[in-house]
Design a protein around this ligand. Structure first.
Ligand code: NAP
Length: 369
């Protein structure tokens, strides 16, 4: 263990588990999960960190198994009997490409498990019951003592898996519409220029978001107008480790010289105008979170079909008056039929504002779910 503090409280261990979970790929078939194993001792006191693990993507060990392995690698003589596992998500209790984590924890001798977010599938599979049946003191968020864990860390743990859990519940990829607009919601000026509306900090954030999704979707109109690369890039300008699928929706060909044929994620051209069919294709490819980056018509098509779960809006303090609106007409004729969303906390990014808004399921675009 070289990169973590030697002794942590359980609260600090959860913050660490969240931060290592972020190293895993987002938007795919499996969730991002982190786990920290603390030595036996008084739960209220700092204890030695024995192992830290996170899930690196479908088919690789889950976070709990990775943390157990890390503890054994760090000290082949380590005894995990009586240790505590702090996990960002409820341990699984089913066999997929890897074995059940609840079994791995119990058979390693872990005596206490705290997990920040419930996983309905793990619950259905009897994860808590299995652990409790093997004398493990297991608790999830419903049974935490007041103040046992930091609300910010719990929130971050929920955000890590929000799209993944929603996708499981919806039976299709979770969809985030991303727009970068002026204050009057324009995504291009009357002469067609659109790069760049927002500043460097907003664009850097957008690249971080791309690195956390399974697919970026754009319409063939955006490919023709902007010739985007649709890659996730690091602050230094290189390609991020995880590259989402690059998906083009529309009937016309993707030009042979298009930049999105260059280095980056796999190109998937869906020759259709049906967002629902597109999501089926993406679900088959293991995508659980799709980022729709426009343009105006394709964003409208997702809204019209009731398939926009979240809006990520980067808003620049500029006005254009004319130009292309962020979202084309999607069938709302009267205010009462507006698609309604609830804002999360706004965030300043340089001179721009990032607004994230989540669909209210009871409104217009919830009806079709
Ligand atoms: N600032 C930003 O955040 C941002 C982001 C993206 C784009 N933009 C700007 O947006 C503009 C492009 O937007 P756009 O609305 O013209 O293009 P678009 O939405 O990217 O693409 C429209 C094309 O997509 C295809 N398509 C697929 N499904 C469709 C559906 N359900 N309904 C309608 N068309 C569908 C159609 O082409 P086929 O004939 O091939 O089927 C259609 O012509 C550009 O000016 C670009 O710079 C800005």
């Amino acid at each position: 263990m070289t990169d973590v503090a030697n002794r942590l409280t359980e609260r600090e261990a959860l913050a660490l588990a969240v931060s290592v979970a972020r190293r895993g790929p987002g938007g795919g078939a499996n969730p991002r999960v982190g786990c920290v194993i603390l030595a036996p001792g008084d739960p209220a006191s700092p204890r030695s960190v024995l192992g830290v693990g996170w899930h690196r993507g479908a088919g690789t060990p889950h976070a709990e198994v990775a943390a157990i392995a890390a503890a054994r690698t760090a000290d082949p003589a380590v005894n995990l009997t009586g240790a505590t596992a702090i996990v960002t998500l409820q341990p699984c209790n089913s066999t997929g490409r890897t074995g059940p984590c609840a079994h791995a924890l119990a058979s390693a001798g872990i005596a206490r498990v705290r997990y920040a977010v419930e996983d309905p599938a793990a619950d259905r599979a009897g994860s808590d019951a299995y652990l409790a049946g093997h004398a493990v003191d297991v608790r999830g968020p419903r049974r935490f003592e007041p103040g046992e864990f930091d609300e910010i860390a719990l929130d971050s743990a929920r955000e890590l898996v929000h799209a993944w859990l929603s996708s499981m519940a919806l039976g299709r990829p979770y969809v985030t519409l991303k727009i970068a607009t002026t204050l009057d919601a324009r995504i291009a000026a009357p002469d067609g220029t659109s790069q760049w509306i927002t500043g460097a900090a907003a664009r850097a954030n957008a690249h971080e978001v791309r690195a956390e999704v399974g697919a970026i979707v754009v319409g063939s109109g955006t490919v023709a107008a902007d010739d985007p690369t649709l890659t996730a890039r690091t602050a230094e300008g290189g390609l991020a480790e995880h590259q989402p699928l690059r998906v083009v929706l529309g009937l016309r060909d993707v030009p042979a010289q298009a930049r999105l044929r260059g280095p980056g994620g796999e190109l998937v051209h869906i020759r259709s105008r049906d967002p629902r069919a597109a999501l089926r294709t993406l679900a088959d490819a293991g995508v659980t979170h799709a980022l729709v980056e426009g343009g105006a018509q394709v964003s409208a098509a997702f809204l019209r079909a009731g398939l926009a779960d979240e809006i990520t809006a980067y808003i620049a303090p500029k006005l254009l008056g004319g130009g292309l609106s962020a979202i084309a007409d999607f069938g709302v004729a009267t205010l009462a039929d507006a698609a309604e969303f609830a804002f999360l906390s706004p965030r300043m990014l340089g001179e721009d504002v990032l607004l994230t808004a989540r669909a209210r399921p009871e409104t217009f675009h919830g009806k079709d779910r």
